[in-house]
Design a protein around this ligand. Structure first.
Ligand code: AMP
Ligand code: MG
Length: 488
């Protein structure tokens, strides 16, 4: 598939097989066919050229011929799922193939998702269906396009191999890449088993490879945990500002690097609703949009508990105490940037916090579309009172009242280039569920053009793409009942 010059054995394998992972062999696919290759990403990683071609990859999926010396492996982990600890999770339908070095010398893990059962499959089939793979493919690239830390996706393949869900579907695969796929649950795994030597070994491995600046510090475990907490807080601030709902914020789906990982029944806010639950299996609303910041902190507490054999409790608590202030600071910064406000200072921040809160009240009362309203605001800033579009989105009076306050605030901070700067903060294109669904429906019929077009848009979501203007529209009525759950 790749020349061995590119694909190295995983560094994770140096931890030793017992308990950390299991060597596995991928199951092949009947008549694999490429749905999409993420060419810009392949180019970025220096994977263009003869050693990484769709043909090579498809050949590999059919014949499972890896370069010599490469041993795929499935990683063990545990995790809190919807608040309940599950000691037996792990890569049930994914496997690390190896690592490659990008032109800057950074190593990236290559993970095949949907490649058949592993010792961690718990009786499930280890497969992924086309709809879930396309959804992950588009979402991770959409997040990257928005500048939000995430795993990336390199290609999607469909096949004639049948998979049984509510109905018969086709088995699909994708290649996911990330510097590391380690999760909070990877550490909880060894804590729960009271294997504290292994816990330390994993923490040392993680710090050495992914947090090397901390490796020499005496308090390195505490400093590392604090860094994870801070990264998580910043990540969640970005999710909230862009209106991203993850859907399954279990600790096994929380990256130790602070990446968005494991896209299942996610959603981007369309009509603004802080109580929005994107996962139809989440009956309690545990992961409702407005609860995401709390839930991520709860996950940090789980990780803290798992690290108690390595770090004293006061240091863990001190790190956890940083979560709220970091989250609030970054969230306000992001929201102010969306409004075209950058001037800092405590008084200013208080005023802007109130302005943002009032905007959310307005959005909720008027049922405004989250992304479209913010993008519309850019045009409003360009043309001032003459922009009618915003006022037509709901009742005129309340929108005008908020805009009046907003205008006053803008006058305090004159900026001739504000609208353009705001357009770099407020995407024109977001991955609405109906768009993903249309791309999936077309791909099932053998037409991959929509996947291709959406990917192009989502990788540059702040730009105008006049030929794709309809993709910036709100969902049509037929999409109101679209429902997404964990079954993938
Ligand atoms: P998720 O919430 O989708 O991240 O998955 C939770 C756990 O279930 C992970 O350990 C997955 O590997 C596993 N899993 C999900 N779907 C399958 C499947 N079709 N076959 C085997 N394991 C699966
Ligand atoms: Mg998962």
């Amino acid at each position: 598939m790749f020349t061995s010059a590119h694909l190295y054995p995983c560094r994770y394998a140096t931890l030793g097989q017992a308990d950390f992972f299991a060597p596995v062999e991928p199951r092949g696919l009947n008549h694999p066919r490429l749905i999409h290759l993420n060419q810009p990403l392949a180019d970025h990683f220096g994977l263009g050229g003869a050693d990484f071609t769709p043909d090579n990859f498809l050949h590999y999926l059919a014949d499972k011929r890896l370069p010599e010396g490469v041993q795929p492996l499935a990683c063990a982990y545990s995790g809190h799922q919807f608040g309940v600890f599950n000691p037996q999770l792990g890569d049930g339908r994914a496997m690390l193939l190896g690592e490659f070095a990008d032109p800057q010398g950074e190593r990236w893990e290559f993970q095949l998702k949907g490649s058949g059962p592993t010792p961690y499959s718990r009786g499930f089939d280890g497969r992924a269906v086309l709809r879930s793979v396309i959804r992950e493919y588009l979402a991770s690239e959409a997040m990257a396009g928005l500048g939000i830390p995430t795993t990336r996706a390199l290609c999607v393949v469909d096949s004639d191999t049948p998979v049984f869900r509510e109905e018969v579907e086709s088995a699909s695969m994708m290649i996911r890449v990330a510097p590391s796929h380690l999760r909070f649950g990877s550490f909880e795994h060894f804590y729960a088993r009271q294997e504290y030597d292994r816990l330390r070994q994993l923490a040392d491995f993680c710090i050495e490879h992914y947090f090397p600046d901390l490796a020499e510090r005496k308090d390195r475990y505490a400093a590392w945990f604090e860094t994870v907490v801070v990264r998580t807080a910043k990540l969640i601030a970005q999710w909230q500002a862009v209106g991203f709902c993850h859907g399954v914020m279990n600790t096994d789906n929380f990256s130790i690097l602070g990446l968005t990982i494991d896209y299942g029944p996610y959603g981007f806010l369309e009509t603004y609703d802080p109580k929005h639950i994107c996962n139809h299996s989440d009956h309690q609303g545990r992961y409702a949009f407005e609860l995401q910041p709390r839930m991520a902190l709860w996950n940090c507490y789980c990780l803290a508990q798992a690290l108690t054999p390595l770090v004293d409790k006061a240091a863990l608590q001190a790190a956890l105490d940083r979560y709220d202030p970091v989250l609030q600071k970054h969230y306000l910064e992001r929201m102010r940037a969306k409004l075209g406000l950058w001037q800092a200072g405590p008084t200013q921040e208080q005023i802007d916090e109130a302005l943002v809160a009032a905007l959310f009240q307005l959005m909720q009362a008027q049922q405004l579309d989250y992304s479209r309203f913010f993008r519309g605001l850019c045009a409003y800033v360009d043309s001032g009172d003459t922009n009618e579009w915003l006022l037509q989105q709901g009742e005129r009076g309340p929108i005008e009242a908020w805009l009046a306050d907003y205008r006053l605030r803008l006058e305090e901070e004159p900026d001739a280039d504000r609208a353009n700067k705001m357009r770099r903060e407020n995407p024109k294109y977001v991955l609405r569920n109906y768009l993903a669904q249309q791309a999936i429906d077309a791909a099932k019929e053998g037409d991959n053009r929509l996947v291709d077009q959406l990917l192009t848009l989502l990788q540059a979501p702040f730009d105008e793409h006049p030929q794709f203007e309809p993709f910036s529209a709100a969902a049509p009525e037929w999409a109101a009942d679209l429902c997404v759950s964990c079954s993938s």
